[in-house]
Design a protein around this ligand. Structure first.
Ligand SMILES: Cc1cc2nc3c(=O)[nH]c(=O)nc-3n(C[C@H](O)[C@H](O)[C@H](O)COP(=O)(O)OP(=O)(O)OC[C@H]3O[C@@H](n4cnc5c(N)ncnc54)[C@H](O)[C@@H]3O)c2cc1C
Length: 354
């Protein structure tokens, strides 16, 4: 069980800036995100598209904005406080624990438990989870069925030296195939098959062209078909997929299956945490961004209030006011002076720039 001042649910732009603002006010935060990397929509949906409406940044991409937010938050956010690839599934409130003490316990689907004095829901449209491929008859979660590209850590990938089938026909699948073709030998599969229902991709023309060139060169193969059933070993391992193809059903054996059908946001368990919600959004007080549950704040795309705009600029404003409101709640007797990062020795010390 990790004890901390604050837990931020979501490492999108709102969540990352929330950590920074809390850090300035001397509050320690841990962040949890369902995605394997931080950045929320900016990285998951439009990493390379330019954004033109961040104050003082005439143009930046979703990925570069995330890199800057991480850099800015780095005095307060290290790898031990950033928990990626896990969804917060439960939020428990211990009503007998006084407000301001560790009354919130959050649980993730990976077994992590965090105990916090305040909680910030920065969950956007929900947790971004990989879209599943319909595999009729599939039992359990086979160890050789994957939904994420292996992190380039230098360690061998699970499919190293084996036959990997990548399912999908969009940007994600084609991008995965091209990265795998360039992977160094400890990570590279011996054979790559792209499985898609038809010989047309819904992907950027450059990705489409690169994959077709790799096919022509025989560096990978395309198999067309729609899964009808699966064959599994006694230990649950996936052995083959039976595919409906133009000339009947054929069996496609594979060592590993990597599903790359994109991500979709799932509000999921958040809806059951007792937070007053309207149309899948958490209602907040626009002066403090406090939700209807004392000690729980909501910032960014997940919240709603009169005049709400789902813009990055608004998320940053909300995170700032929410941090100040939380500091006032946790230290009710301390004077809440507004300090400037330019002139306050305390803030400069917290930022490591004294
Ligand atoms: C195509 C596109 C272009 C855009 N362009 C602009 C633009 O030009 N300017 C602009 O201002 N805005 C733009 N936006 C909007 C902007 O991206 C959003 O306002 C912003 O991303 C909201 O940030 P957020 O942190 O609130 O939510 P998100 O970015 O959605 O991040 C939320 C994070 O929370 C995680 N999460 C949710 N639930 C859980 C859970 N239970 N457990 C763990 N993790 C969880 C999710 O996985 C996600 O990573 C654009 C949006 C899109 C889709």
């Amino acid at each position: 069980m990790i004890h901390t001042d604050a837990v931020v649910i979501g490492a999108g732009p709102a969540g990352l800036f929330q950590v920074f603002q809390l850090g300035l006010l001397g509050l320690q935060a841990h962040v949890v995100d369902a995605l394997p990397e931080p950045g929320g929509q900016c990285v998951a949906l439009y990493p390379d598209k330019p954004i033109y409406d961040i104050p003082g940044l005439p143009a930046c991409t979703g990925r570069s904005l995330t890199a800057q937010l991480l850099d800015q938050a780095s005095p307060f956010l290290d790898a031990d406080r950033l928990h990626l690839g896990q969804q917060v599934t439960r939020l428990e409130v211990s009503a007998q624990v006084p407000l301001g003490q560790h009354r919130f316990t959050l649980h993730t689907d990976q077994g992590l438990a965090l105990c916090a004095r305040v909680v910030f829901v920065a969950a956007g449209a929900g947790a971004f989870l990989p879209r599943e491929l319909a595999l009729p008859g599939l039992k359990g979660r086979p160890g050789n069925l994957h939904h994420h590209l292996h992190a380039d850590s230098g360690a061998p990938a699970p499919w190293a030296g084996q036959h990997l089938t990548v399912a999908g026909g969009g940007d994600e699948a084609l991008h995965a195939v091209l990265s795998l073709l360039q992977a160094p030998s400890p990570q590279a599969p011996a054979h790559i098959t792209l499985l898609h229902r038809r010989d047309q991709f819904q992907a950027e023309p450059a990705l489409d062209a690169a994959v077709r060139e790799a096919m022509q060169q025989g560096r990978m193969h395309l198999v067309l078909g729609v899964p009808q059933s699966v064959q599994q070993a006694d230990d649950g391992r996936l052995l083959a997929i039976d595919l409906a193809q133009a000339d009947g059903t054929h069996t496609h054996p594979t060592d590993h299956l990597l599903v790359q059908l994109g991500l979709s946001p799932k509000l999921g368990p958040l809806a059951d945490w007792g937070l007053p919600m309207a149309r899948k959004q958490v209602g907040v007080d626009p002066a403090t961004f406090a939700s209807g549950v004392p000690g729980v704040f909501a910032v960014g795309d997940i919240n709603t209030y009169p005049g709400k705009k789902r813009l990055l600029l608004c998320a940053f404003h909300e995170a700032t006011l929410a941090a100040h409101a939380a500091a006032a709640l946790l230290n009710p007797d301390a004077p809440q002076h507004l300090l400037y990062t330019t002139t306050s020795p305390l803030l400069l010390q917290r930022l490591g720039r004294a």
